[in-house]
Design a protein around this ligand. Sequence first.
Ligand SMILES: Cc1ncc(COP(=O)(O)O)c(C=O)c1O
Length: 372
Amino acid sequence: MNDPRYQIEDTREIFTPALLVFRELLEQNLDSMIRIAGRPDRLRPHCKTHKIAEITRRQLAKGIAKHKCATLAEAEMLARAGVSDIFLAYNLVGPNIPRAVRLLQAYPDVRLAVTADHPQPVAVLGQSLQDAGLSVDVLLDIDTGMHRTGMEVGPDALALYRQIAVTPGLRPGGLHVYDGQNHQTDLAERRAAVHAGWQRVVPFRDQLLSEALPVPRIVAGGTGTFPVYAEINDPALELSPGTPVFYDAGYTAAFPDLPFQVAAMLLTRVISRPGPDRLTVDLGTKACASDPPAGRRLVFPDLPDAEQVRQNEEHLMLKTPHAEQYQPGDELLAIPWHICPTTALHKQVCVISAGRLVARWDVAARDRWLTV
Ligand SMILES: Cc1ncc(COP(=O)(O)O)c(C=O)c1O
């Protein structure tokens, strides 16, 4: 690849398929995230994209103290990296309730927040924490129209927030307003959608406050929408993008207004040339997320017109008129369409700085279970 940002001097120690992280670009993405937010303390980035303690520590060093995650393993990775303000944006049910208690016992400096959208687990969570002499913040999960989790603002949501407020072991932690459905490419349309949702949230928050129920934070936004929330001057707002650290081809296409650069790419090698217009590379579904439709899971900057004909677990078959320019062992860089689930397929990332392999970082929270 000719782009100087992605030069690598020596790849002999990089086994493929490998996920490479370009450290300078990662740093620039973190700085862009802070610049858009205005200040690091307005951010609560989601760690699901990287799941890596070293990246969490870079964020802490830049003044980002509040963090968000989706699994207890991610929460434990954050705690081990030194984060004390952790929001597990996930409804705890079943054995994950005693697990959260164990997490707090193992990491007593952590202040944990979780989400809820139903009275039954709220009652169980409260009882478990009370029994252990501990407490957590509970954010009411608002359904912004994504219909994944959460409650519509209204009387049931109000009743649940009241329940949280009176349950020993639980503290009313505010509102969780994730709007992952707002993927409008046009910024004006995205802005209008965010403001329409915000107009429903604010009167509900005011209703809670009028009952003397504290609403210490409203956690909002993914990559596409956090710049819009950042424009809203509300001291309770916390902005929770995840993808900007690495970025990917999907968001590059979806959000032309955003300044983030691709900081993670897959390195792959040609393993076969089964026909004059065919290349097979070692980039199967076990190395690259397969939630994007087949044929659109990767972008090859050096082979933009290559057709991704078929993908097996360890093989990707490409059709390209340039196939004869390649020999087995030749390397290609590929940009994942969706980086977050791609990262989770790799035990480690290879860190490239100034064109050199300088470190390998464990994708620690790719495991579902660390110690608690
Ligand atoms: C609850 C929640 N918050 C934040 C994010 C981060 O969003 P993005 O990937 O657009 O940065 C996600 C992404 O899935 C999410 O599910």
